[in-house]
Ligand binder design. Structure first.
Ligand SMILES: [Zn+2]
Length: 270
């Protein structure tokens, strides 16, 4: 990978720096519900509705790094991380609702108060298999160099929040914060059932603040068959560009899918 590509593809550069800023604001947002979500039954796209609130047991195995999907099909996977911009979360969820586009969110539970008002909306799309939730650790820790116990705590705490809030497990999908992994991180994650270590081969470049022109240029460059596209819920640049991004997807006859749909994993078996 060239240095320029690596820069454009970098993930979550500003992630932890803004956590403190976010936490100062969180008192204004209601806490997330303690009770497990109820079963939701609505019309579905691609199978019967999922029963929420009953997570399967972990299925440990060897770890596999996942960088891209099959390029012989028209599928793309939009994968959107973090969440220290509450307005970004609200508008991304609205975009999913109004467009019907399939998305995988990889949120950090430390921002749970920002997700709480949207929990019911997200649950409905989760039950309909339109939205999937992956594990991105509780507080966006760089896991390289941490003890096995600390790595496990980051993953388990976040999945417990995901189960409580959205009614499903994130297993087997784990995106390491900053894309930072080594064999120890991957082995600990896989021993907990996170056997798919999620990387990416395309990016909106919005882990830092960029211009709308830069973001659309990256969208045009990377939205191709088989792309796992990295986006972030941290900066508002994307919020005025949803129509343009949807147009690129439609003009190229691309099929946005969840990771389950791209790789045949399952919320039912984890
Ligand atoms: Zn991140």
């Amino acid at each position: 990978m060239s240095a320029g590509l690596a820069l454009a593809l970098s993930g979550c550069v500003e992630g932890t720096r803004a956590v403190g800023e976010h936490l100062k604001r969180k008192a204004a947002v209601p806490a997330y519900p303690d009770a497990p979500p109820a079963t939701i039954t609505t019309d579905v796209d691609g199978g019967p509705p999922l029963t929420l609130g009953a997570a399967p047991s972990p299925n440990p195995g060897p770890p596999t790094l996942v960088w891209s999907g099959p390029s012989a099909e028209r599928q793309i996977a939009l994968t959107v991380d973090d969440g220290y911009c509450g307005d970004c979360i609200v508008k991304y969820v609205e975009f999913a609702q109004t467009s019907g586009i399939h998305i995988t969110f990889n949120p950090n539970g430390v921002f749970g108060t920002l997700w709480a008002p949207l929990a019911n909306s997200v649950q409905e799309m989760v039950a309909n298999r339109q939205v999937q939730i992956g594990n991105h650790t509780w507080d966006h820790a760089n896991l390289v160099g941490l003890s096995s116990a600390k790595i496990a705590d980051e993953l388990n705490r976040n999945d417990e929040w995901i189960q409580r809030t959205f009614g499903i497990t994130s297993r087997p999908w784990f995106r390491p914060p900053y894309g930072a992994y080594d064999s120890h991180v991957n082995d600990v994650a896989a021993s907990l059932g996170y056997t798919r270590i999620l990387m990416w081969n395309g990016s909106f470049g919005d882990s830092t603040v960029i211009s709308p022109q830069q973001l659309i240029s990256l969208a045009e460059q990377y939205l191709q068959p088989g792309t796992i596209m990295l986006g972030h819920l941290n900066h508002p640049t994307i919020l005025s560009l949803f129509d343009q991004i949807q147009s690129i997807i439609q003009e190229r006859n691309l099929d946005p899918v969840t990771l389950d749909e791209m790789f045949g994993t399952s919320r039912t078996t984890g």
